[in-house]
Design a protein around this ligand. Structure first.
Ligand code: C5P
Length: 220
């Protein structure tokens, strides 16, 4: 099996680039952030504070999360229900961020991610895929862009969704989240030593996809 790991900070265009690259290569795209989001959603639905490690851990034994890849699109199931659209809510992003800092949650999802990659050729995106989940991936990419560019993309996305937003606030949040993600104790966001770093600042989406596909092809 072939595994391509794509890690990087929020807003670098990872998921779009990884999804399109997987399609071009005929691999399955696995978005691991969706797994953390599903656990975050479970905690919200059950009135459990996602920062409460003890309560989250106690609830984990009742959680079942699975992914389905029919029609080439990933669907996320939480305790048997399709929660694919629901996990994109802003409230769920925050809950996902909180639960992802809990070691037991990471452990809970670890073997599932490994199994997914053992059964099919994957392009897997996340924060710790090249460093922790798939350290033997044939190709590792660390995809990033300047905080200003990532904040600009996020800001435009929010406006498109009809939400009110201030660019300066979005940038401040982005810088804070970067700091938090790269300094957390478990699985911090750092480039794997053997990863190829790609900075997409100033690139169009098509240019970023081309660069990523070229790196993958030359690494296989
Ligand atoms: O990528 P996405 O925004 O969907 O990820 C949701 C949350 O899950 C983020 O806060 C991110 O830090 C966390 N995450 C993680 N490890 C991964 C994927 C996502 O900690 N492999």
């Amino acid at each position: 099996m072939i595994a391509v790991a794509i890690d990087g900070p929020a807003g670098a265009g990872k998921s779009t680039v990884a999804r399109r690259a997987a399609k071009i290569l005929g691999f399955v795209y696995v978005d691991t952030g969706a797994l953390y989001r599903a656990i975050g959603l479970y905690m919200i639905n059950h009135g459990i504070a996602p920062v409460n490690r003890e309560a989250v851990c106690a609830a984990l034994s009742n959680v079942s999360v699975s992914l389905d890849f029919q029609d080439g699109e990933q669907k996320v199931f939480l305790c048997g229900s399709d929660v694919t659209p629901e996990i994109r809510a802003e409230e769920v992003s925050n809950a996902a961020s909180a639960v992802s800092a809990i070691p037991e949650v990471r452990q809970f999802l670890f073997s599932m991610q490994r199994t997914l990659a053992a059964e099919r050729n994957v392009v897997m995106d996340g924060r710790d895929i090249g460093t922790v989940v798939l350290p033997n991936a044939q190709v590792k990419i660390f995809l990033t862009a300047s905080p200003e560019e990532r904040a600009q993309r996020r800001y435009r996305e929010l406006l498109q969704k009809g939400k009110k937003a201030e660019y300066s606030e979005v940038l401040k949040d982005m810088i804070q989240r970067d700091y938090h993600d790269s300094h957390r104790e478990v699985a911090p966001l750092v480039p794997a030593k053997d990863s190829v770093q790609i900075d997409t600042s100033g690139n169009t989406l098509e240019q970023s996809i081309n660069r990523v596909v070229n790196v993958i092809r030359s690494g296989l």
